[in-house]
Design a binder for this molecule. Sequence first.
Ligand SMILES: [Zn+2]
Length: 433
Amino acid sequence: MTYWDAHIETMNRKEMNELQLKRLQKSAKTVYQNVPFYRRRFDELGVKPEDIKTLADISKLPQTTKYDFTDNYPYGLFAAPMEDIIRIHSSSGTSGKPKVVGYTKNDIDIWADLLARNFTMVGINKHDIFQNSVNYGLFTGGLGIHNGIERVGATAVPAGTGNTLRQLEMMIDFGVTAIHCTPSYALYLAETAVENDLVDKLKLKTGCLGAEAWSDNMRKSIEEMLNIKAYDSYGLSEMFGPGIAFECPEQNGMHIWDDHFFVEVLDKNGEQVSEGEKGELVLTSLTKEGLISIRYRTGDITRLLEPECSCGRCSTRISRLIGRADDMITVRGINVYPTQIQDVISKIPEVTNQFQIILTRNNKRLDEMTVQVELQKDAFTDDLLKLDRIQKNVVAQLMNVLNVRTTVELLEFGSIERTGGKSKRIIDKREAI
Ligand SMILES: [Zn+2]
C-alpha cells in the first residue's frame, strides 16, 4: 500500500485526538480574536476559547451556516489580514451573493497536499497524465485540483470545460491516464467515446469525479464504458474545496481527513449519530488560516461508517452523500438555491413571486433547467414583442445570479399552485441513472 503521508494516514485514534484537540483550541482562539462575527457568537453562548478542554467541548461552540457567509459577504469571515490572503474563490450563495473564501499561502499548500494524499490513495502518481476537465474560474475545482495534480507530481492537462470531441482528442494525443470532472460529464464523455469508436485509443485508468451526487449505477456505467475505475470526491469551498473526503480503492465509503477537519454527523436534535445512522455532516476546519469555519453545517446528509478500512487508513469514514438537508439543487455541477430565483424574480415588476423549477437531462446527459414564472395580471398582453422582452429580461437576470443557463416560460397569472411548502417548487425529472 502506498501512502502520501503514512504517519498521518495510519495514526492511531489516541494520537489523532490529541492532535485534533490542540488544533481545535488554536482555531477557536484565532476566530475569537480575529473575527468579530465569531466573537459575538461565542459571547452570546457565554463560551470562551479556553473552555475547550476536550474534543467533546466542541458542542459548546456555535454552529455556522451558509447564511453566515452571505451575511458577511465578502470578507467578513476572514480570520487572517488581507495582506496574508493570496487567493480567493467563491461559490454560489443563498441570496444572490456568493460565498467568498480566502486562502493564505499555507492554506493553498495544505490543500494541494490533501489532494495529493487522495490521488496517491487511488494509485495516481508522477507517471500519470491528468486532465482536469472542469471550469477554471472562481470555482474551487479548477485551480484546486490543478495544484493537487502538480503536487503529486503527475502531468497536469488544464483542459477546462466544453467541446467533448476535442477533450477526447487531447486525451488520446496526450496519453491521458486520469481525469477529474463531474460524474454527469464523465458519462457524456464515455458515451461520446463509445459512439465515435475511440475507447480503444484511450489510456485512461482513473476517474476522480465530484461536485454532484451520483449513483452506484452511474458509476458502473462510466467504469464499464471507459474501462476505468471511478472514485467519488467530496468537497466544499467552505473547507478548501475538493479533496475533503475521497474514496479509497475499496470504493466503499469515503475517508475524511481528521488532521484537518473535525467531523460531526448530527441528527435533528444536534446529537452525534451512532455508526450506521444518517445525519447532517458538520465540519470544523482545524488547520486553515484564511477562513476558519467552526461547526459548519454542510447541508449534506451522510452516514457514519466504521473507521476500520481494509486499505489500512485510520481516518473517520463517511458514506457517499445521501442527499441535502435543504432544497439546494445542483445543475451542471453548480449549486442553485430556489431562494436565489425567488430573489431575482421578486425584483422584476412584470412577474409575480411564484415560480417552479423543472429539471431535466438532455440527450447529451447534461442538466437543463426551466423556470416557470407567472405574469402579473396587468402585465398579460397579446403583444408578443413585449412578452419576448419580459422573458429575455428574466433569462438575463437569472443567468447573472445563478451562472447557469435557464429556459424561462411565462405563465398566466394564477397558473402555479400556491403552496406553503417549498418542495413543490422543484420538479426534478432527471432520472437517477
Ligand atoms: Zn480505505
